[in-house]
Design a protein. Structure first.
Length: 317
C-alpha cells in the first residue's frame, strides 16, 4: 500500500499584516554616499545581527567612557602580531582603557617590538633544528626585569617589565604597550601559564619569581574586574587564558559581595570559540548586563570599534 500525500486544503492561513516579524524596513541599511563623514558609517549599517551587535558595543563603550566607568581590555598576542600597538596606545593616551590584561605570549611580542621593531618567528622553519624560541634578547630582557624586581613588593609582572623597558629605552619603546602603560600609570597585568611561552625554557627563567609576579597580577586584575559595574570588558583574540582568568576573577568578586550588574562583555575574534563564548559572553551576563560577539579580523574590527567610539565621544565634546 502506497502513502497518500497530505492534502493541504484545510490549512488555516493568517494575515502577513497581523503576523509579528523580526525584520522591518526601519532596520535596513542605507547605501553609502561619497563624502559623508565617518560617523555616518555606523548609522548607515543595518540594525540586524552583527551590525546591531557592533552598534551595541560602540554605545556601551562610549557610555562607559563618558560616565567615567571602567573599560578593561583583555587580549592574546595576536593583536600585537597584526600591528595594533599604535592603535591601542592611542586609546590608552585618550584614557579610553582603564586597564589591560595580556597572556604570557603578549609580553614576548610586545618586548620584541620594543627591542627590534619586529616579532613573530617562523615556527615551522626553526622547530626541527631546535632553534624555535631561542632568541636571547627576548628572554634576557624579561628575565632581567623579573630578577630586578626581586625583593620589591606591590608590583606585578606587567608593571616591572614596563618600567624596565622605560629605563632601558630600547629603540622602539614608544610602540610598546607595557612601556606605555608604565608611563601613563595604567594597570597592565600579565597572566602566565607555565610551559606555554618560549622564555620558560631559557636558562635564566626563575619560576618562583615569575609565579609570584603573575599571581600579583591576577589579584590586581580581580580588583579591576570589581570595578566593572555598568562597565565594559573586551576579550580581544584570547581563546583560553584570558577567558579563564576573567571567569575566576568574576567569581571571586561576586563571592566577596561585589556588584557587577549592568556589565557589558564583548568577545572579538576571527572565529567563534567555546571558552570566550561561554566564559566572556554568556555566563557573566546571564543574570544581568549584555554579552556581545563580534567575529572578524582583529586588524579590521578593533580599529573600527575604537574609531566609532572616538567619533561618538567627539559628538558631545
Amino acid at each position: 500500500m502506497g502513502w497518500e500525500p497530505l492534502n493541504f486544503e484545510n490549512m488555516q492561513l493568517t494575515s502577513l499584516q497581523d503576523r509579528p516579524s523580526k525584520v522591518r524596513l526601519a532596520d535596513f541599511g542605507r547605501p553609502w554616499e561619497a563624502g559623508q563623514p565617518f560617523r555616518s558609517f555606523v548609522a548607515s549599517l543595518p540594525n540586524i545581527l552583527g551590525a546591531q551587535q557592533f552598534r551595541a558595543a560602540v554605545v556601551a563603550m562610549a557610555e562607559a567612557c563618558r560616565g567615567g566607568r571602567s573599560v578593561l581590555l583583555g587580549m592574546g598576542a595576536h593583536p600585537i602580531k597584526v600591528g595594533l600597538n599604535p592603535i591601542i596606545i592611542d586609546a590608552m593616551e585618550r584614557r579610553m582603557l582603564t586597564g589591560i590584561a595580556l597572556n604570557g605570549a603578549g609580553i614576548i611580542h610586545d618586548v620584541e617590538v620594543a627591542l627590534a621593531g619586529k616579532t613573530s618567528e617562523d615556527v615551522a622553519a626553526h622547530l626541527e633544528s631546535g632553534q624555535f624560541g631561542t632568541a636571547r634578547e627576548t628572554g634576557d630582557l624579561i628575565h632581567g626585569a623579573v630578577r630586578g624586581a626581586m625583593g620589591e613588593t606591590g608590583k606585578g609582572l606587567g608593571q616591572v617589565v614596563g618600567e624596565y623597558l622605560l629605563r632601558l629605552n630600547p629603540p622602539h619603546a614608544r610602540l610598546s604597550l607595557l612601556a606605555t602603560a608604565a608611563r601613563l600609570g595604567i594597570p597592565m597585568t600579565v597572566h602566565v601559564a607555565f610551559g606555554t611561552d618560549i622564555i620558560h625554557m631559557h636558562p635564566s627563567m626563575d619560576g618562583g619569581a615569575m609565579g609570584a609576579l603573575t599571581h600579583h597580577d591576577f589579584r590586581l586584575f580581580a580588583r579591576l574586574v570589581s570595578t566593572l559595574e555598568n562597565g565594559v570588558f573586551i576579550n580581544l583574540g584570547s581563546a583560553v587564558i584570558i577567558p579563564e582568568v576573567f571567569l575566576k576573577a568574576y567569581s571571586a568578586v561576586r563571592n566577596m559581595g561585589g556588584s557587577l550588574s549592568g556589565i557589558t562583555t564583548v568577545n572579538m575574534d576571527f572565529q567563534n570559540q567555546y571558552r570566550p563564548r561561554v566564559n566572556v559572553v554568556e555566563r557573566p551576563t546571564a543574570a544581568t548586563g549584555q554579552g556581545i560577539t563580534l567575529i572578524g579580523h582583529h586588524e579590521i574590527m578593533f580599529p573600527l570599534l575604537l574609531a566609532c567610539v572616538i567619533e561618538s565621544l567627539s559628538e558631545e565634546s
